[in-house]
Design a protein around this ligand. Structure first.
Ligand code: NAD
Length: 371
């Protein structure tokens, strides 16, 4: 039996409440899974780490993250830490994790559970059963390129500059992630850029095309301009399977795609690094898209599904446990179909439950179908 090590970093606000529900799911799989079990360790990040160590993440916690097979992250931040120095603000903990673990690929699924299709701003027939994966390049592009500055000109005007930079290597490695994912899904990738107006778009297009030819000719590849992609996502989102794109377009398109499917409390994500040369394993961090929700923290109101589904992504992408991941997805869908809702996704005629009841219901559903 294989043992997988998990580092749990609940962080601040509702992070602790939603990670507690993930622990319930982990305990279930430890009891029932035949091929693997999980060993967990927990540490502080964000405001909680600042309160104890004066840092957004301690070196010791960072070392644990480097060693773990996957990190499961809750959320960080809150008004309590608004005034702390910039370098040790809660978000710095997440940024250090992304940087030190080399997490260059951000995976953002947009899945619409049939029971929630009416909560979408789009018509039911457009979103019901939707299952898209946006693969966003996370460590390059215009958010990091230099020069990045605001200068004052001789005439007193100011000029701001951000620089979009991509290299062949950066584009090729994210394209490979997208092609690998597509092979496990419906085998189709759209690559979104702006080659009509940006030199980085021209290179992006060339490198994705070459990588496709050399590495993944079995996958279907289509190129799409990023602005058209934004339109198509609200016109006919089901035409997409995997979309690969740069850091800036990915930021916007992943939020757009996700929001067609419902609430922040439902959205998981994964960030992956390069495969280790010896073991082939990728460093990985899994986290809900939402923040620490200080307005509802400590009240037992948080929706734990985004964090539980993030653990589901860990099963699928770090541990090759697709059967278990599918079972977890089905349990979430069944609980929603049975009418259970946390406050953020409450609809007329449904039964409102708190964080712990939602977690318990998902585990109960899992137990019902345990092999
Ligand atoms: P937020 O995502 O925390 O909350 C936005 C709204 O959505 C709130 O009304 C909240 O109650 C609701 N919400 C969020 N998650 C929910 C859930 N699981 N269940 C039910 N309702 C949920 O965003 P914000 O209010 O802009 O930020 C609050 C804090 O979180 C800030 O300090 C911000 O910097 C931080 N933040 C952290 C992360 C992260 O840790 N990755 C991401 C975004 C924001």
């Amino acid at each position: 039996m294989t043992t997988h090590s998990l580092l749990l970093l609940p962080g601040d606000g509702i992070g602790a409440e939603t990670i507690a529900e993930v622990e319930r799911v982990i305990a279930f799989f430890n009891k029932t899974a035949k091929s693997a079990k999980f060993e967990t360790d927990t540490d502080l990040v964000g405001g909680a780490a600042y309160d104890k160590h004066g840092l957004a993440i301690s070196d010791k916690a960072m070392a644990k993250a480097m060693k773990a097979d996957a990190v499961i992250f809750g959320a960080v931040g809150g008004p309590k830490w608004d005034g702390v120095p910039y370098e040790v603000r809660p978000e710095a903990g997440l940024l250090r994790l992304r940087k030190d673990l080399g997490l260059f690929a951000n995976l953002r699924p947009a899945i619409c559970y049939p029971a929630l299709a009416d909560a979408s701003s789009l018509k039911r027939e457009l979103v019901e059963g939707l299952d898209i994966m946006i693969v966003r390049e996370l460590t390059g592009g215009v958010y990091f390129g230099e020069p990045k500055e605001i200068v004052t000109l001789e005439d007193g005007q100011k000029r701001a500059v951000d620089t979009q930079i991509y290299t062949t290597h950066e584009i090729e490695r994210i394209a490979r992630v997208a092609f690998d994912l597509a092979r496990k899904r419906s085998g189709k990738v759209h690559s979104a850029e702006k080659r009509n107006v940006m030199r980085t778009g021209v290179l992006w297009n060339e490198v994705v095309t070459a990588t496709h030819k050399a590495y993944a000719p079995d996958v279907k590849l289509e190129h799409i301009l990023a602005d058209n992609c934004a339109m198509q996502l609200v016109r006919n989102p089901k035409q997409f399977d995997v979309i690969v794109t740069d850091n800036l377009f990915g930021d916007v398109l992943s939020d757009e795609a996700a929001m067609t499917t419902g609430s922040l409390g439902m959205l998981p994500s994964a960030s992956l690094g390069a495969p280790d040369a010896e073991t082939g394993k990728r460093k990985a961090l899994y986290e809900p898209v939402h923040g620490s929700a200080p307005d509802i923290a400590g009240k037992g109101l948080a929706n734990p599904i985004a964090t539980i589904a993030s653990f589901g992504m860990a099963l699928r992408y770090s541990f090759d446990m697709a059967k278990e991941a599918d079972r977890l997805d089905r349990a979430i869908a069944a609980v929603l179909a049975a009418g259970l809702r946390t406050a953020d996704i409450m609809q007329p005629g449904m039964r409102q439950v708190g964080t712990a009841d939602m977690g318990a219901a998902i585990v109960e559903e899992l137990s019902r179908h345990a092999a």
